[in-house]
Design a binder for this molecule. Structure first.
Ligand SMILES: NC(=O)C1=CN([C@@H]2O[C@H](COP(=O)(O)OP(=O)(O)OC[C@H]3O[C@@H](n4cnc5c(N)ncnc54)[C@H](O)[C@@H]3O)[C@@H](O)[C@H]2O)[C@@H](O)CC1
Ligand SMILES: Nc1ncnc2c1ncn2[C@@H]1O[C@H](COP(=O)(O)OP(=O)(O)OP(=O)(O)O)[C@@H](O)[C@H]1O
Ligand SMILES: [Mg+2]
Length: 305
């Protein structure tokens, strides 16, 4: 654990007076619809609090005023349900360092079709993508969308992992419902990553298991017993920034594991540390907003010690 945390520290940029706004990260979150406005907010605000300079949300028209009202810090584009959605997002891509696709996206077919176009445009430009939540629903329908794209990280929860495995490696459904033991989980994550052409996969759970098809890392940083919604969104937003930092630093700084493995490990450790710290203060009443408040102190404790 400690050795891998040190690798994360190696990619964290220093705060100096020589930098300009945007240099340490311009992150985009694609998600936010009528039902879900919290998820993209949690992802985007977490990216900022980890250290991105600018955080954009690309959501539906209806969701935009709601998300804006949560925070003056986010830049919110009400474009995702427009007929020009792909073009509207594409024009921002040259200015974005990473895209987090899926928190609060929903499963509307027209929206998913737009997201498909956004993913294709991101791949064409080599923009790193973190795919979470309903973005993973899309990938389970069309794995070819991400096949072999080495700058992608998928962050499935238990159910999302089962869906992806069934779609990609035809894992028997009987195995999907049952909790896998440690050894099986490693193998299952490794196989899914390999089947997707070495896309990095983070299976969230009691321990987070991370693989790029070559190595497997396990994050067992102490978290809490609280399982409120939104914690995965904090993780995917944080990972957007860390992925950018790690890829920019390159394998020379991350040692043996690939940059995206190190970034994913960092985001998992941070999310769990936030959970632990928030739980110490709020106990059973802990919510993801309490965890967002802990991002700064948790980051300092893990990565700036
Ligand atoms: N405040 C918000 O706006 C939030 C919105 N969310 C969004 O809600 C949408 C659906 O996400 P879901 O995660 O519900 O996806 P799914 O609808 O695929 O999840 C199915 C169900 O699986 C269950 N589940 C999760 N982990 C499990 C485990 N380890 N064992 C057994 N069952 C488990 C959950 O209770 C969930 O009801 C996404 O767009 C997501 O981003 C969530 O991120 C939570 C917060
Ligand atoms: N059983 C568990 N014990 C400890 N930590 C857990 C457990 N399950 C999940 N976590 C942690 O909670 C965080 C979110 O994982 P979770 O599986 O809840 O994601 P999710 O379902 O996508 O969340 P969201 O509600 O944001 O969609 C991760 O950091 C993960 O490590
Ligand atoms: Mg989720």
């Amino acid at each position: 654990m400690e050795n891998t945390l040190q690798l994360v520290r190696n990619v964290v940029p220093s705060l100096t007076t020589k930098k300009h706004k945007g240099q340490d990260g311009r992150i985009g979150v694609v998600g936010g619809c009528r039902e879900y406005t919290g998820a993209p907010y949690f992802a985007a605000i977490s990216a900022l609090k980890v250290g991105a300079d600018l955080s954009h949300v690309f959501c539906t028209q209806e969701a935009a005023p709601v998300i804006k009202s949560y925070s003056p810090e986010l830049i919110v584009h009400p474009v995702l349900d427009s007929p020009d959605a792909v073009r509207d997002v594409e024009q921002w891509l040259p200015r974005l360092h990473a895209l987090v696709v899926g928190p609060g996206l929903g499963r509307d077919d027209a929206l998913l079709e737009n997201v498909k176009g956004i993913l294709e445009a991101s791949k064409a430009r080599g923009v790193p993508v973190v795919i979470d939540a309903d973005g993973l629903w899309l990938i389970a329908q069309q794995p070819a969308l991400i096949q072999g794209y080495r700058k992608a990280v998928l962050t499935p929860n238990h159910v999302e992992f089962g869906r992806l495995s069934e779609a990609v490696v035809s894992q028997p459904a009987t195995q999907l419902g049952a909790p896998l033991d440690g050894g099986d989980r490693h193998g299952a994550v490794l196989r899914l990553s390999q089947a997707l052409g070495n896309v990095t996969v983070v299976q969230k759970g009691e321990q987070d298991v991370i693989s790029d098809g070559e190595q497997v890392l396990v994050c067992s940083q102490e978290g809490s017993g609280r399982r409120c919604g939104g914690q995965g969104d904090l993780l995917s937003g944080s990972l957007g920034v860390l992925a950018h930092w790690a890829l920019r630093a390159g394998p020379g700084k991350t040692g043996g594991p690939s940059p995206l493995l190190v970034a994913a490990f960092g985001a998992c450790a941070l999310t769990r540390q936030c959970s632990q710290q928030a739980f110490q203060k709020h106990g059973r009443a802990t919510t993801t907003s309490d965890m967002v408040t802990e991002v700064g102190p948790a980051f300092r404790r893990l990565f700036e010690a």
